[in-house]
Design a protein around this ligand. Structure first.
Ligand SMILES: Nc1ncnc2c1ncn2[C@@H]1O[C@H](COP(=O)(O)OP(=O)(O)OP(=O)(O)O)[C@@H](O)[C@H]1O
Ligand SMILES: [Mg+2]
Length: 148
């Protein structure tokens, strides 16, 4: 079964919109009748990614947008968060688990997303950066065939 877009939310770059993102993730999981166990993981990851997109990607420029999209196929739910920034090199981000970083109060978002989601990748384009996160979900198959 091919990957199908099932939902999209576009917000301006302001942290005031973070709760909207949380609600959107919740609505998507409910609407698709996906197992409740994945809801927290997906909602937290969406919030972390949008936080990064606003603060680091779009640098708080309210004129720039953040796009959150959900896709579904038989094996997984995909969450894509896209900003309009110039991107970054994920492999150069310091590992918060290293001794010299343990006492830092930030720098854990990417680690949390990698921990909560099953597959995380990045796509850097001229007009923005996307983080692509998949949550494997055995019941996605049922949702797809059940939903027609
Ligand atoms: N969308 C993005 N655009 C540009 N840089 C990014 C983006 N997402 C992450 N980064 C870079 O990766 C670093 C690590 O992100 P991460 O979310 O792990 O930590 P943080 O945002 O600095 O702190 P925390 O999420 O713990 O509050 C950021 O400090 C930033 O340099
Ligand atoms: Mg962060």
């Amino acid at each position: 079964m091919p990957l199908k877009k099932v939902g999209e939310l576009v917000i301006p770059s302001s942290l005031d919109h973070l709760s909207e993102v949380d609600h959107f993730a919740e609505r998507m999981v409910k609407k698709l009748a996906l197992p409740k166990e994945i809801l927290d993981d997906v909602a937290i990851s969406a919030t972390e990614a949008v936080n990064n997109a606003i603060l680091h990607g779009n640098k708080g420029n309210a004129g720039k947008k953040v796009t959150i999209r959900f896709y579904l196929c038989a094996q997984y739910l995909r969450l894509v968060v896209r900003d309009e920034g110039s991107g970054f090199a994920p492999e150069s981000v310091p590992d918060p688990r290293q001794q010299q970083n343990l006492l830092k109060t930030s720098g854990r978002g990417l680690l949390i997303m990698r921990y909560l989601m099953d597959r995380v990748s990045f796509q850097r384009r001229r007009n923005g950066m996307s983080i692509i996160m998949d949550k494997f979900c055995p019941e996605c198959h049922t949702v797809q065939s059940g939903g027609g």
